[in-house]
Design a protein around this ligand. Structure first.
Ligand SMILES: [Zn+2]
Length: 296
């Protein structure tokens, strides 16, 4: 029997829920994965693991189990044990496969199948991760705006505000934790071929010399967006874990959208401050942005 793809309530911001247990699977590392029909838990994504897993508890008939990790599992058309992480041979959302939120517990939880689990996410940790994730998307838009004059030609991809999408064109990795989002951009040959200028020209200094002014421009924009208390929502086309969701933020300049599988703030007034720090690697081939939200 193949399990149905898990329904998730985290996109709307839920941190609690109740759902029947559908399966308990032993994992390769000796721990166990509890699968429910629905869950508020956000699992680590196997394709783009930017936002860490939710942690929390799962309670069945008064017995509380610690959820020590939360992973994405996939079961192929032939059924069997779910595959996890790098063992999954297909991309997220492959419709032939079932996509499961795996609540990882340390010991054998016994036979829970058919019983109702009360699921509770560590709300404080979730709040911090949501702040970092919203900060990550805002940084992308603010950085694209600040770097827009450095494009000699249209690279063929622009963001919601019509600026060349430096963030997605140069992105090497994006990682969030409870304190910050760290976005690493590669300033390689292909980016320069697309028209991005790193060196000094008559109009502006070399990127390395421009960093203090760029940082100031990005932080001024982030501060204005936080001050505007812009509302944030996730557009959810369906309840499944694999639904293609979109982050929306009503900024003073207009509405911005970014495809996103993570969790977010409801409005930017939940932050007291959002600041980024831009660093260039010594050889000039990598730009790193560390964006730290302070929650109000
Ligand atoms: Zn995202």
């Amino acid at each position: 029997m193949t399990l149905p793809t898990t329904h998730v309530s985290f996109p709307a911001g839920a941190v609690t829920g109740e759902s029947p247990v559908l399966a308990v699977h032993p994992l390769a590392d000796g721990r166990y994965a509890v699968v429910t029909a629905a869950t508020p838990f956000h699992p680590l994504d196997h394709t783009w693991p930017d936002q860490p897993a939710d942690l929390g508890t799962l309670t069945v008939d008064g017995t509380e189990l610690a959820v020590v990790d939360c992973l994405t599992g996939a079961v192929g058309p032939e059924g069997g044990e779910p595959l996890v992480g790098a063992d999954i041979p297909v991309r997220r959302g492959d419709e032939e496969w079932s996509w499961l939120v795996l609540h990882v517990v340390d010991g054998d939880p016994g036979d829970l199948v058919g019983r109702t689990a009360a699921l509770a996410v560590d709300a404080d940790r979730r709040g911090a991760l949501s702040a970092s994730h919203s900060g990550c998307h805002l940084l992308a838009l603010a950085l694209n705006a600040a770097l827009a004059p450095r494009w000699r030609k249209d690279p063929g991809r622009s963001d919601a505000f019509g600026h060349p999408d430096f963030d997605s064109l140069a992105m090497a990795s994006s990682v969030m934790d409870t304190a910050a989002s760290t976005d690493t951009y590669r300033l390689g040959k292909s980016l320069k071929k697309k028209g991005f200028t790193v060196d000094a020209t008559e109009e502006f200094p070399a990127l390395a010399d421009a960093l203090p002014a760029l940082t100031e421009a990005v932080n001024a924009r982030l501060a204005a967006w936080v001050a505007a208390d812009a509302p944030v929502r996730i557009e959810v086309p369906g309840p499944e874990l694999t639904a293609r969701r979109q982050w929306h933020c009503e900024l003073p300049e207009g509405g911005a959208q970014i495809f996103c599988g993570g969790t977010h703030l409801h409005h930017l007034g939940e932050l007291a401050e959002l600041r980024t720090e831009l660093r260039l690697s010594e050889d000039g081939t990598e730009l790193v942005a560390v964006t730290s939200p302070k929650r109000a």
